[in-house]
Design a binder for this molecule. Structure first.
Ligand code: AHR
Length: 486
């Protein structure tokens, strides 16, 4: 059958929250240090210590939101260690046992967000912190009052409040964030959020630690006991192609076709997780006030040979690009309920957008997908139906999502087949005369390297108008975006 995408351009659905395209930056490996922050005195071009090349790439992709400082690191992080002149040193026991000198702290993070032009999302310490510590972090950042805490901020060079809206209360509190039971964490959450005050007009968006994958019981308990005190509940899901966390997660670059399709099948499992957790949330929140978030997602492979196992550094191939497209399409299909998502992680860790090596930087296939899809941000989702044969593993060969903004229709597509191209018919209602598009394609294990950083980059897409609609020629293993103009 010819793969066909039918799109109803007349009836718009929910707005796609741009924060679905959010990112995650943890004090882990070379994500913050070297990847983003090199310090003012570095020979690597920087502005206030932030790498200019990395910031420019993230601005170009319109990164809307950045989560920090963890991850597991968040529940060992004490924010006062990272402000002012005399910063404490600690050992990062979660990630590689390296010394953390706290030279990148709260002010540096806010400066990074300012340079990128994105919203900050701070994940506070519940596991080894206390209520006062979190309450004072909120006060330090958001209050305009003349308190001792605020005066500290003034002394550190910031007169005006930073107005940080997104606050996470602990991370993976069922695991590295304290090994809590849901009944216990629900009460802890209620207590912490009580003291996260609203300063002036700054209404906080409070995020409770949600489940790991299919831990339905966690969601049930949290919604029942604490649902009315949160704005978002956050799910974590990683795509580990072997399913074996202990021995081998599988190589990032060396895999066969069966492993390729298995990775995509596991990416598509996100749909079941989202639908399942939303169904539970509905029982306690029929008005859908609480949003489901996915603030950690992506592929998790074995680290690159010869690198620190605690640094989680992995390469990124066309397979990652397919996972990104599948996942973003699932998020967009739930645009009415999903408020924010963060791929893990932005630079040099897990499924990164960017890899760096000294002063060199490359953009991964995952980066290109995010950049190609950026017109979906804050657009209204359009209903689309895809008809296509299936590939190994049972997924449809083609996945698609459509949205509308300012009269333009954006359609993103992926051809999941590792070896068969697809002439995809795009059947749009309404009259759209002119279309242009981009395509990213390669063999499933193709990737960019520091010696050949542009092997994979978007190219113009072959499109032709027919009587039945536009036909886009998608090479095997490709991701495309088409913009239709009225
Ligand atoms: O992203 C890496 C780690 O994965 C995070 O620190 C933790 O939250 C998760 O287990």
């Amino acid at each position: 059958m010819q793969p066909t995408v039918h799109i109803d351009t007349e009836h718009t659905g929910a707005r796609i929250n741009k924060n679905i395209y959010g990112q995650f930056s943890e004090h882990l490996g070379r994500c913050i240090y070297n990847g983003i922050f090199v310090g003012k005195d570095s020979p690597i071009p920087n502005v206030n210590g932030m790498r200019s090349d990395v910031v420019a790439a993230l601005r170009e992709a319109k990164v809307p939101l950045l989560r920090w400082p963890g991850g597991c690191f968040a529940d060992e992080y004490h924010w006062r260690d990272g402000i002012g002149k005399n910063r404490k040193r600690m050992v990062n026991t979660n990630w590689g046992g390296v010394v953390e000198d706290n030279s990148f702290g709260t002010h540096e993070f806010l400066e990074l967000c300012r340079q990128i032009g994105c919203e900050p999302y701070i994940n506070a310490n519940v596991g080894s912190g206390d209520v006062r510590e979190m309450a004072e972090w909120v006060e330090y950042l958001n209050s305009a009052g003349d308190s001792s805490v605020v005066r500290e901020r003034w002394e550190n060079g910031q007169k005006d409040p930073f107005h940080v809206k997104y606050w996470g209360v602990g991370n993976e509190s069922w695991g590295c964030g304290g090994n809590m039971r849901p009944e216990y964490y629900a009460d802890v959450y209620r207590r912490y959020q009580t003291y996260c005050r609203k300063y002036g007009d700054d209404k906080l968006y409070r995020i409770a630690c949600g489940p790991s994958e299919g831990d339905w019981h966690w969601t049930e308990v949290l919604m029942k006991q604490a649902g009315k005190y949160m704005e978002g509940l956050t799910l974590h899901y990683y795509d580990v192609p072997t399913g074996d966390w202990q021995n081998s997660k599988g190589s990032a670059t060396d895999f066969d076709e069966a492993m390729y399709y298995e990775t995509l099948r596991r990416a598509a499992h996100m749909e079941k997780l989202i639908s399942g957790h939303l169904a539970i949330m509905d029982r306690y929140d029929p008005d859908h006030r609480v949003q489901l978030l996915v603030d950690e997602w992506g592929c998790w492979f074995d680290v690159e040979p010869g690198t620190n196992p605690g640094f989680l550094y992995q390469q990124n191939t066309m397979r990652d690009a397919m996972v990104a497209a599948i996942t973003l399409h699932i998020f967009q299909s739930h645009a009415d309920r999903i408020g924010l998502c963060c791929i893990a992680q932005v630079v040099n860790v897990l499924q990164s957008m960017i890899l760096t090596d000294g002063d060199r930087m490359l953009l991964t296939p995952t980066y290109h997908v995010f950049n190609m899809f950026k017109d979906h941000q804050d657009a209204d989702v359009l209903e689309s139906a895809v008809f296509a044969d299936t590939v190994e593993g049972g997924l449809k060969q083609v996945t698609a999502s459509a949205s509308k903004k300012d009269g333009r229709v954006t359609v993103s597509l992926a051809n999941l087949s590792a070896d068969a191209p697809a002439d995809v018919l795009i059947d749009l209602s309404g009259s759209y005369g002119y279309a242009d598009g981009l395509v990213l394609s390669g063999k499933m294990d193709d990737h960019n390297t520091f010696d050949c950083p542009d092997r994979l980059a978007p190219k113009p897409l072959s499109l032709r108008a027919t009587e039945r609609g536009f036909v886009a020629t998608l090479p095997a293993c490709s991701v495309a975006v088409v913009t239709f103009h009225a």
